[in-house]
Design a protein around this ligand. Structure first.
Ligand code: B12
Ligand code: SF4
Length: 469
C-alpha cells in the first residue's frame, strides 16, 4: 500500500508540517510506503503531484482554517484526473467542520482529532480488513447521509508515537530560524494539550489534558536531527512547554549533562515560569521565549479567559530580561469587547513591558473556538473566505469582521499605529518608552507612511479570493 501525504500552500510557512510527519512515521512503521509533498516549499508542486498520484492508493491532506481553500484546490485537481482516488483530510479545520468539508464533495473521509491511530485503521480499511463504521474519529458519507463515528480517545502515552518522519520533506528548503538568528532551525513538539480555555483557541485536536514526552524521548529526536541535518537550533512550538516544571528541569539538566550544545526557543505562559527555571533554561540553551499576551487591558484579559494578569505578564518579561532570555510578545487587536480605549491600553502596555519583539495580530474568530460561538451569538458577520483567517498576518487583508464601535479601518489603523509606536520606541532610547501615545499618534500622522499603508491595505483587501463558504 502507498499513501501520499500533502500540506497545502501557506505563503508564510517556514516550518515542516509535523502533523503529517507524525502520520508518515506511523504509516512507515506498519510497512506502508509513504510519500509527501509540502506545497509551501515546492515550486512545481502540482507537477510533482501529477507524477506521484498514479501509484498511490489514497491521499491524506492536512488543513487548518486558512489553508482549507488551498486544500480544496489540491483535492479538486486530484479528483479531476483521478475521480476514484480516495482523499482523506485531517487537521484543526476539518476536525471542527467535518460536515462542511464533506459537502464540498472533494473529500471522502474526514479524520477528526489526533490522527495516528485513526490513520492506521484507515490503512486496514483500504486493505479491506475493517469497515468504516468501525473506525472511531472519522466522518464520511454513506448512502447520501453524513456519518460521524464516535470520537477517538487520545493516545495514552505519547512517548510511544514514533518520532516524526522529517525524511519525507526537503528539510533544507525550510527557512525556519530562531528569532534574531540566521542559522537554520527546525520545529519540535514535546507535549500535547493545554489545560487553559482561551476563547480564541481551537482545542479540537489535543484538548485540555496535558500529555508530555519524557526528556530522553525529546533528546533522542534532537540527537537524530543534529546527526541527520546538522541543525542545532530548535523552535519548541508546544502550546505550553513550561507547564510541568520537573519535566523542564530534567530536560535542561539532561542537555547540560550530555553536553548537547543547542539553542532553542519555546512558547510559554507568563504564569508558569519563575526565575529559577529561567536560569536553568538559559544554561541549557534557551535563547528566547514567546508569550501570547493578547491584551494589556484587565477587563479584556478576563473576557478572553486568558487566566493571566497584567502583573504576571510584567513580572515574566522582567524576569526574562534579568536572566538574559529574549522575549517575544503576541498581542491581538479587535476582540468583540475591545474599544479604541482598550486597544490604546494594549499598545501602551506592549511598550511598557519592553519585549525584544512584538507582533500585533487581528482578532479572528476561528471555527471551533468559543470566540466563533460568541461572534455567531452576537450576530457579527464574518467573512466567508477562509483564506483570510490569518489573524491579519497578511498585511494586505482586512479584518474578517467589524462592529459599529470598531470598524475594519479602525483596526487596521491601530495595528499600524501599534507597529509604528514600537519601532519608534526601539529607535529612541529606553528613556522615551513612556512617550505619550497622543504624541506618537501625531508623529504617525505626520510620517504619512503609516497612513499610506492603511489606505493600501484597504484597497488590496477588497480583492476576492477562491472562497468556500
Ligand atoms: C506550529 C504551529 C504553527 C506553525 C506552522 C507549522 C506547520 N508547518 O505546520 C506556524 C507558526 C507557521 C503557524 C501558523 C499559523 N497557525 Co498555527 N499552530 C502551530 C501549533 C502550535 C503546532 C502545530 C503542530 O505541529 N502540531 C503538532 C501536530 C502533531 O499536530 P497537528 O498538526 O494538529 O496534526 C495532528 C492532527 O491534527 C491530525 N492530522 C493533521 N493533519 C492530518 C492529515 C491527515 C491525512 C490525517 C489522517 C490526520 C491529520 O493528526 C496529527 C497527529 O495527531 C498549533 C497548535 C497545536 N497544538 O497543534 C497551531 C495551530 C495549528 N495554528 C493555528 C493558527 C490559527 C495558525 C495561523 C492562522 C496563525 C496566524 N498567525 O496567521 C497560521 C496559519 C498557518 C497554516 N499553515 O495554516 C490554529 C489552527 C486553528 C484552525 N481552526 O485552523 C492552531 C490549532 C492553534 C490553536 N490552538 O488555535 N502555526
Ligand atoms: S494557553 Fe495557548 S494553547 Fe492554552 S488555551 Fe490559551 S491559547 Fe490555547
Amino acid at each position: 500500500m502507498k499513501v501520499l501525504l500533502i500540506a497545502p500552500e501557506y505563503e508564510y510557512s517556514q516550518r515542516i508540517p509535523l502533523g503529517i510527519a507524525y502520520i508518515g512515521a506511523v504509516l512507515k512503521k506498519i510497512g506502508v510506503d509513504v510519500e509527501a509533498i509540502d506545497f509551501c516549499v515546492e515550486d512545481n508542486a502540482y507537477d510533482i503531484l501529477d507524477k506521484k498520484l498514479e501509484s498511490v492508493d489514497f491521499v491524506g491532506i492536512t488543513s487548518t482554517t486558512p489553508t482549507f481553500p488551498n486544500a480544496c484546490k489540491i483535492a479538486a485537481a486530484i479528483k479531476k484526473n483521478f475521480p476514484k482516488k480516495p482523499i482523506v483530510i485531517g487537521g484543526a479545520h476539518p476536525s471542527v467542520m467535518p460536515e462542511q468539508c464533506l459537502k464540498t464533495g472533494f473529500f471522502d473521509i474526514i479524520v477528526r482529532g489526533e490522527g495516528e491511530e485513526t490513520m492506521k485503521d484507515l490503512v486496514l480499511h483500504f486493505n479491506s480488513k475493517i469497515e468504516l463504521k468501525n473506525i472511531s474519529g472519522i466522518s464520511y458519507i454513506e448512502h447520501d447521509r453524513i456519518k460521524h463515528n464516535k470520537d477517538r480517545t487520545l493516545i495514552a502515552d505519547i512517548n510511544e508515537i514514533p518520532l516524526p518522519s522529517r525524511k519525507l520533506f526537503p528539510v533544507e528548503k525550510y527557512n525556519d530560524t530562531l528569532p534574531d538568528h540566521e542559522e537554520k532551525a527546525t520545529t519540535l513538539i514535546t507535549s500535547r494539550g493545554c489545560p487553559w480555555s482561551c476563547v480564541y483557541c481551537n482545542k479540537s485536536i489535543f484538548g485540555k489534558k496535558y500529555r508530555f514526552r519524557e526528556p530522553d524521548n525529546i533528546i533522542e529526536e534532537i540527537k537524530n536531527i543534529i546527526q541527520d541535518y546538522n541543525v542545532k537550533h530548535f523552535n519548541i512550538m508546544d502550546d505550553l512547554f513550561t507547564l510541568n516544571n520537573n519535566r523542564v528541569i530534567d530536560f535542561c539538566n539532561m542537555l547540560i549533562s550530555e553536553n548537547i550544545v543547542i539553542k532553542w526557543r519555546c512558547v510559554s505562559r507568563t504564569n508558569t515560569i519563575d526565575e529559577e527555571i529561567l536560569r536553568i533554561m538559559k544554561k541549557a540553551g534557551c535563547v528566547a521565549i514567546s508569550f501570547g499576551v493578547e491584551s494589556g487591558d484587565k477587563g479584556i484579559l478576563k473576557k478572553i479567559k486568558k487566566g493571566a494578569t497584567t502583573n504576571q505578564v510584567r513580572n515574566a518579561f522582567a524576569k526574562c530580561r534579568k536572566v538574559g532570555i529574549s522575549t517575544y510578545a503576541y498581542f491581538m487587536i479587535g476582540f468583540p469587547w475591545d474599544t479604541k480605549k482598550t486597544i490604546e491600553t494594549t499598545i501602551n502596555f506592549a511598550r511598557r513591558i519592553s519585549p525584544t519583539g512584538v507582533t500585533f495580530y487581528v482578532v479572528t474568530p476561528l471555527p471551533g473556538t468559543e470566540l466563533w460561538t460568541i461572534a455567531e451569538e452576537r450576530g457579527l458577520v464574518l467573512d466567508d473566505d477562509f483564506s483570510k483567517y490569518y489573524y491579519g498576518s497578511k498585511l494586505d487583508e482586512l479584518p474578517i469582521f467589524e462592529r459599529p464601535e470598531l470598524s475594519k479601518t479602525d483596526i487596521i489603523y491601530y495595528r499600524e499605529l501599534a507597529g509604528f509606536s514600537i519601532s519608534l520606541q526601539k529607535r529612541l532610547s529606553l528613556r522615551f518608552k513612556t512617550l505619550p501615545l497622543f504624541i506618537i499618534k501625531i508623529l504617525f500622522k505626520i510620517s504619512k507612511i503609516g497612513y499610506m499603508r492603511v489606505i493600501k491595505q484597504l484597497i488590496k483587501g477588497k480583492k476576492v479570493k477562491f472562497s468556500i463558504s
